[in-house]
Design a protein. Structure first.
Length: 252
C-alpha cells in the first residue's frame, strides 16, 4: 500500500509539473496574475505558471476582423438609412485588454455600433454616399481614441453598404432625372445662344459687303438647282452688284 501511495504522489507531482508549463504561440501573450494581483505579461514560448498561486489569461495579438451589424441611422437631413461596416483592430497592450475591460471583443463591437450611428448621424445623405472614404477615417479615429484605454488599436473601418428604402430610391431617381434634364436644357440654350451670335455676325458681314450677299444667293440657287423638278426664275438685275464688284477689282 505504501508503494501505491508513493506512485500516486509521484504521478500527481508529475502532472502538476507538466500542467505548470504553458506554450504560447508567436501571436499570443499570457497575462499572469499572482495571488489575484497583476504580475507580468509573458510569452511567446514556454511559460511557467505556478498552480494555485498564479493564473494566466491568453490574449491574441493578431488583427481581428469584426462585422458591425446593420444599424438604423438618421442623417442630418432626416433620411433614415441602414448602414453596416467592418472594423479591423488588434490588441497592442495585453494587460490593459484584460484588466481594463471585462470582454474587449464585446466591448469593441458595442462601441463600434454606437460610434457608427453617432458619426454618420452628423452628416447628410449625399455626404454618406459621395464621401465614404472621409467618413471611414472619421469613424476609425473616433473609435481608436475611445479604445486606447483598453489597449486596443483600431486600424481600419470600412462602410460596407448603405441601404435606402424604396421611397427614397424613387425620389433620388426622380432627382437625378430632373438634374439630367436641367443640364440638357442648359446645353441647348447655350448652343442656341452661340448659333444666334454667329448668325448675327454673318448678317453684319453680308450687310457691309453686298457682293457677299450675291455670292450667298448664287450658292443657294446651286442647292435648289439640284432638284430637277424645280423651275427657277433668275432675275438678271441680281447680278448687277456682283458685276460692279468684279469690275472694280479688275480696275484696281
Amino acid at each position: 500500500m505504501e508503494g501505491l501511495g508513493v506512485v500516486i504522489v509521484l504521478v500527481a507531482v508529475a502532472a502538476l509539473f507538466v500542467y505548470s508549463f504553458r506554450v504560447l504561440r508567436e501571436y499570443e501573450r499570457g497575462v499572469v496574475f499572482q495571488l489575484g494581483r497583476f504580475w507580468k505579461v509573458k510569452g511567446p514560448g514556454l511559460v511557467l505558471v505556478i498552480p494555485g498561486i498564479q493564473q494566466m489569461v491568453r490574449v491574441g495579438l493578431r488583427t481581428v476582423t469584426m462585422d458591425v451589424p446593420s444599424q438604423d441611422v438618421i442623417s442630418r437631413d432626416n433620411v433614415s438609412v441602414k448602414v453596416n461596416a467592418v472594423v479591423y483592430f488588434r490588441v497592442v497592450d495585453a494587460a490593459k485588454a484584460i484588466i481594463q475591460v471585462e470582454n474587449f471583443l464585446v466591448a469593441t463591437s458595442q462601441l463600434a455600433q454606437t460610434t457608427l450611428r453617432a458619426v454618420l448621424g452628423k452628416h447628410q445623405l449625399d455626404e454618406m454616399l459621395a464621401e465614404r472614404e472621409r467618413l471611414n477615417i472619421a469613424i476609425q479615429q473616433t473609435l481608436d481614441t475611445q479604445t486606447d484605454a483598453w489597449g486596443i488599436k483600431v486600424t481600419t473601418v470600412e462602410i460596407k453598404q448603405i441601404d435606402l428604402n424604396e421611397t427614397m430610391v424613387r425620389a433620388m431617381a426622380r432627382q437625378a432625372e430632373a438634374e439630367r434634364e436641367r443640364r440638357s436644357k442648359v446645353i441647348l440654350a447655350e448652343a442656341e445662344q452661340q448659333a444666334s451670335q454667329k448668325l448675327l455676325e454673318a448678317a453684319r458681314t453680308l450687310a457691309e459687303q453686298p457682293e457677299a450677299m450675291q455670292l450667298r444667293y448664287l450658292q443657294t440657287l446651286t442647292v435648289i438647282a439640284g432638284d430637277k423638278s424645280n423651275t427657277i426664275v433668275f432675275p438678271v438685275d441680281m447680278l448687277a452688284p456682283l458685276a460692279q464688284a468684279i469690275g472694280r477689282g479688275k480696275a484696281a
